[in-house]
Design a protein around this ligand. Structure first.
Ligand code: TXA
Ligand code: MG
Length: 366
């Protein structure tokens, strides 16, 4: 199935895909494109200048490596891997089950690898995934080029889940954005490293740890979760983890373990002497915080993240951006438990938040 070229029946879409593919092959510019997780910013992974243009457009620190996107295992073998090299057995079940899809694996960088050194940023591995979105797959197939692509946000901003978000952050900096509508998953891919023992989860994402443990085979039952944060000076296997991330302009405050949302919010506002008449406040609630009237009359904007993990993942970045655009000063967000989709959601939220209110610290009050 992974080798099938997606069928694009719409003439205009086909034309636009060809324009974007030509740009990637004939120039060193990068283009915005949809994937099922978040929008990406694509350039040839095999060309230094193309990759450099990605870092420049995003203003991304160049020691944070990029993911290589392929449209088939055949293409990965043909364009990147040494002759006769087999993908390590440890990935077999996971690749079978989750490709195409939101799973990224690390492979060793071989001598004479055609992958640009700017993609790997000094690591001896490269990250690779096969996206599921038909537009992404068509773009990679038509250009027949492995595409390096980080999320298409300006560095430090929430990842884009709509073409408008990419336009907002990068217009004037890139020639094209392919609009494929809203991203279905809404958070980035899960990054795993099966080259170390025990294997590691470097970034939680669209495939849950629970799914990896149950389908990956025996070795994956002991998968180790990488530390949430790393000091700036530390050598880390996932360099991305040390940077400020996913941040709106407004201050984000994350509420965890608060059974009584109304009281937790009120106590927070009182304790910090927040003059709500002069502070525009948004609340993103999910499962347990009540409606705006129940929470606090001082909250100006309220949005519901959703009740299922899939909904909350899909809405998270979009709603952070939406309330930020409305010019709020403060975004209060209700956290969720870290099972299934919750782990990736809380990973992104804890990086976006400047402050966390933990109800469990408040003498069990909240
Ligand atoms: O869903 C996704 O993965 C999206 C879409 C566009 O595919 N892409 C994405 O890329 O999120 P980016 O660049 O925002 O995040 C890539 C993550 C970073 O945390 C980076 O540090 C890690 O993958 N990474 C990439 N190459 C690595 C390597 N060789 N070793 C360890 N971590 C790596
Ligand atoms: Mg990113």
């Amino acid at each position: 199935k992974e080798d099938a070229v997606p069928v694009i029946t719409d003439k205009k879409t086909e034309e636009n895909l060809k324009i974007a593919a030509r740009e990637l092959v004939e120039t060193t510019n990068c283009v915005g494109f949809p994937t099922e997780t978040v929008y990406g910013l694509a350039g040839s992974a095999l060309n230094d200048e193309s990759v450099q243009s990605i870092y420049t457009a995003k203003n991304r620190p160049s020691d944070n490596p990029l993911i290589v996107h392929i449209s088939s295992i055949d293409q990965l073998k043909r364009k990147i891997l040494p002759k006769d090299y087999e993908i390590p057995k440890i990935y077999e079940k996971l690749v079978d089950k989750f490709w195409p899809g939101p799973l990224t694996i690390l492979l060793p960088i071989h001598e004479d690898s055609p992958v640009s050194k700017l993609v790997t940023a000094g690591q001896n591995t490269f990250a690779v995934r096969m996206p599921a979105h038909p537009v992404a797959r068509a773009l990679i197939t038509i250009s027949d080029t492995p595409l390096a692509a980080p999320s298409a946000n300006a560095s430090t901003r929430p990842s884009p889940t709509l073409a408008e978000h990419v336009f907002h952050d990068l217009h004037g900096r890139i020639p094209y954005i392919l609009d494929g509508g809203a991203c279905d998953v809404g958070v980035e891919s899960t990054v795993i490293d099966g080259l170390v023992s025990p294997p590691m989860l470097l970034r939680p994402g669209g495939v849950s740890v629970e799914e990896i443990k149950t389908t990956g085979g025996k070795e994956w039952e002991n998968v180790v979760l990488a530390k949430k944060t790393a000091g700036k000076m530390e050598a880390v296997r996932t360099p991305g983890m040390k940077y400020r991330h996913y941040s709106p302009t407004a201050k984000v405050v994350l509420f965890i373990n608060c059974n009584n949302g109304k009281r937790a919010v009120k106590e927070y506002l009182d304790k910090n002497e927040i003059d709500s008449a002069h502070t525009k406040i948004a609340l993103l609630r999910s499962r347990s915080f009540g409606g705006i009237k129940d929470i606090d009359e001082n909250i100006d904007i309220e949005r519901n993240l959703g009740s299922t993990g899939a909904d909350i993942s899909r809405n998270l970045f979009k709603l952070l951006r939406e309330v930020d655009e409305m010019g709020v000063d403060l975004i209060l967000v209700e956290g969720i438990d870290e099972s299934n989709e919750g782990l990736a959601v809380m990973n992104r939220l804890s990086k976006a938040a400047l402050e966390t209110v933990n109800g469990a610290d408040a003498n069990g009050h909240n």
